[in-house]
Design a protein around this ligand. Structure first.
Ligand SMILES: *Cc1c(COP(=O)(O)O)cnc(C)c1O
Length: 221
């Protein structure tokens, strides 16, 4: 499956106008497709699986900024800690603690986002509002100083009900603004995928994670 060049250029221009960062989600797609998008100027790529990310990182250009956007198990942080650009899905204090530990081991700060559960599906991961508030307090207290927490991430319900999806994104934006009171350094709000990125941006997203629109549908994941 080849990448869609016209789609990429149009999307990139649209997002640039709005000051929104594009993470091209390349999970399950071959390295050749990533290279093709790289050759068009794309540098931020997102992956969901640790082994797949490590394999691709080893064979693709060194200046790619790799985003880990999947559900991350604490015992696998060590495999991506040396090179990952941003971990989007921090959904527990235990995971943040491990990220903090691996950051220190690698003599770097590890940028990451706290994932909030905003969808109706129980299968999706993330903190609820009170867990988030508690973790934000701990971050502000300096408990995880090597983990560089830069903002929030969330996934809306997989639904054609646009008012529901809009409400969920607006809810996350509210939590983001609330977190800013305690952590004024927060800059990133990662929300929006191929099917709902316009709603996410309207609600205040400044980082979208887009896969199928650029790379075509995934046959398996
Ligand atoms: C797969 C995935 C995406 C991209 O989904 P598309 O619908 O293909 O754009 C975005 N975010 C997360 C967390 C994903 O797992």
């Amino acid at each position: 499956m080849a990448i869609n060049k016209e789609q990429y250029n149009a999307l990139k221009a649209e997002l640039n106008r709005q000051g929104v960062t594009l993470v091209a989600v390349s999970k399950t797609k071959p390295a050749a497709d990533i290279q093709a998008l790289y050759d068009l100027g794309q540098r931020d790529f997102g992956e969901n699986y640790v082994q797949e990310l490590a394999d691709k990182q080893a064979q693709l250009p060194a200046d790619i900024r790799w985003h880990f956007i999947g559900h991350l198990q604490s015992n696998k942080v060590k495999y991506i800690a040396p090179f990952v650009h941003l971990i989007h899905g921090v959904d527990s204090p235990g995971l943040l603690k491990e990220i903090n530990k691996q950051a220190a081991k690698n003599n770097r700060r590890l940028p990451c986002l706290l994932q909030v559960h905003i969808a109706q599906e129980e299968t999706k991961f993330g903190l609820d509002a009170s867990e988030l508030a508690e973790l934000v307090q701990q971050v502000a207290a300096g408990t995880f100083s090597a983990a560089d927490v830069q903002g929030l991430m969330g996934m809306a319900s997989f639904s054609s009900d646009t008012s529901l999806v809009r409400q969920e994104f607006e809810y996350l934006k509210t939590l983001f603004d609330k977190s800013l009171i305690t952590l004024p350094g927060f800059t990133m709000l990662s929300m929006g995928m191929s099917g709902d990125y316009a709603l996410a941006i309207a609600a205040g997203s400044n980082l979208v994670r887009i896969g199928s629109l650029l790379f075509g549908q995934r046959t398996a994941s």
